[in-house]
Design a protein around this ligand. Structure first.
Ligand code: HEC
Ligand code: HEC
Length: 471
């Protein structure tokens, strides 16, 4: 039963995978200037690329949602949101649901099912990769940006509750979904552990073997990486252990109903999906930049940061540097959640066998990410614990607890517009509302470490932040 639970999450949820009504109303002036709704990236070749079309139109996992269920989700909401939804028009209700769960319009399919789902052709909505890898920044949709609004846990709980209200059958797997945490703060998910659990139940030829032993699970929530940096990498993930390749992208398909055949059949599609991901470019910073200040920042960056993060511009060079945990000093739960045996095992699995390179069983620590489009991928660090670049540059000023606004963008501090708090307000007791706060005191959510910017003076920090806007 417990195992079934895991699965269901995977399939149903992970596969199925959403922030708050309160936030819905808090559009910052800056976001409005840009005009909310459409894509920051002009529809271009990228949109017609087959990979994107496959992602939004083809189901690789079973459907976990449908129009009727979606239309009724509001019935499971807590007050006062439920009453607000009850009085709302269908269109307003749709917006409230998009806001609550972290859904967006799909460029090319506006007004239809959210970008985070593919239509299975039978009226079902199947989660796609964009549930974690596609969202919005300052109100603009960007496929490939980490979905920093996704409320996976809340979504799955609401789906189960709504099915109950509608008297629909709830598959045992979905009932078991309380057994594995999906994500403790909106915008992050326990994705690595989904992979660990699902991978444990497959033999090296992808046969589903639920009888296999389950390893110890160290749950940790992760802010997905930006896809436009994929092309610079030879190894994937925060700890950089897995050689890059289209099969690495297919782990998300490990739901029990997908046997080896399903993987073999989807392999050609995933080559196209990988091509599309590798074709993505970082979105350009849409607000004014002080070019002179940025030029000064570039020199300082090259002296202080380039050793790990590489250089940009004409002679761009990305070193793929893996930095020991005690040097970078950021939260270690993600690193601890995979053992050397698991990392080495990945190479022997179907996912790892196609790559020429070996998996790295004991990486020293975390990869220093390429910083292209870094303005758009706030919050920062692998666990998404630091809301703005200014906070990253001022380690002693990082908030203990923070809450973002839905579409506000902080152009002063470069990153999410947030309210900073010492604690979650005492009147916030509903877990669904608590997940709208990022609490850095929780396991796996520490905002400590990466003290490197402290080498710089205050003036120099301002210059380097200005430079980062240009990447
Ligand atoms: C439940 C959320 C979720 C879903 C669904 C998901 N991912 Fe991810 N993905 C993540 C997270 C979180 C990471 C970072 C894990 C880490 O670094 O340890 C990641 C990492 C990656 C990376 C590595 C990027 C890098 O720079 O190292 C790629 C590529 C990727 N995902 C592609 C996909 C594709 C393709 C799909 C769909 C088939 C998918 N993901 C589905 C959350 C998700
Ligand atoms: C010794 C190597 C090293 C140096 C020097 C270094 N960094 Fe980093 N940086 C890292 C590592 C490793 C990470 C990933 C840490 C994590 O996610 O836990 C990181 C993360 C970051 C991030 C967050 C990336 C993201 O996607 O969330 C930014 C921004 C950043 N560094 C900027 C800088 C700047 C600016 C400097 C220079 C002032 C700098 N770094 C110096 C190693 C370094």
């Amino acid at each position: 039963m417990a195992r079934i639970g895991w699965m269901s999450r995977q399939c149903g949820l992970v596969a199925s995978v959403a922030a708050g009504l309160v936030m819905a109303m808090v559009l910052s002036a800056r976001a409005e200037e840009l005009g909310p709704g459409e894509s920051i990236v002009e529809p271009s070749d990228a949109w017609s690329k087959e990979g994107y079309d496959l992602l939004i139109n083809k189901a690789y996992v079973p459907a976990s949602l449908n129009q009727k269920l979606f239309n009724n989700l509001w019935r499971s909401w807590e007050e006062p949101l439920r009453s607000q939804a009850e009085k709302a028009t269908p269109e307003e209700r749709r917006k409230l649901a998009f806001s609550r769960y972290g859904f967006t319009e799909a460029p090319g399919r506006e007004g239809g099912i959210p970008m985070q789902y593919a239509d299975d052709g039978k009226g079902g909505w199947a989660t796609n990769c964009l549930v974690c890898h596609g969202g919005k920044v300052a109100g603009k949709v960007i496929p490939g940006v980490p979905n920093t609004h996704i409320a996976l846990q809340t979504l799955v709980q609401d789906i189960v509750a709504t099915k109950r209200l509608l008297g629909e059958e709830i598959p045992p797997a979905e009932l078991g979904s309380a057994l594995i945490p999906l994500g403790g703060s909106n915008g992050t998910t326990n994705a690595i552990i989904f992979g660990v659990v699902l991978g444990a139940m497959r033999d090296k030829d992808l046969n589903y073997r639920p009888d296999r032993p389950m390893p110890k699970l160290i749950h940790n929530d992760h802010d997905a990486p930006a896809w436009w940096n994929y092309k610079y990498k030879t190894y994937l993930y925060a700890d950089g252990f897995a050689p890059r390749g289209h099969r690495a992208l297919m782990q998300f398909m490990m739901v029990p109903s997908n046997g080896p055949e399903a993987f073999h059949n989807a392999e050609e599609d995933f080559k196209k999906i990988e091509q599309w991901i590798a074709s993505l470019d970082a979105p350009k910073y849409p607000w004014p930049i002080d070019e002179a200040l940025a030029a000064r920042g570039e020199k300082l960056f090259n002296q202080t940061c380039a050793e790990c993060h590489g250089t940009y511009g004409e002679n761009a060079h990305y070193p793929n540097k893996n930095v020991p945990l005690d040097v970078v000093g950021t939260d270690r739960a993600r690193w601890d959640s995979l053992t050397p045996a698991m990392r080495a095992g990945y190479k022997l699995s179907w996912f790892g066998r196609a790559s020429e390179e070996d998996a790295i069983a004991e990486p020293p620590g975390y990869v220093a990410q390429p910083l292209y489009g870094i303005w758009a991928s706030a919050p920062y660090l692998h666990n998404g614990s630091v809301p703005t670049l200014w906070h990253l540059f001022h380690p002693d000023k990082r908030p203990v607890v923070w809450q973002r606004t839905e579409n506000g963008y902080d152009t002063e501090r470069v990153g999410l517009e947030v309210v900073e708090l010492d604690d979650i307000p005492a009147n916030v007791t509903n877990p669904k509302q608590k997940r709208m706060y990022f609490d850095t005191r929780k396991f796996g959510k520490s905002a400590a470490g990466h003290l490197f910017p402290d080498e710089l003076t205050e003036e120099e920090k301002t210059a380097v932040i200005e430079y980062l806007k240009t990447l």
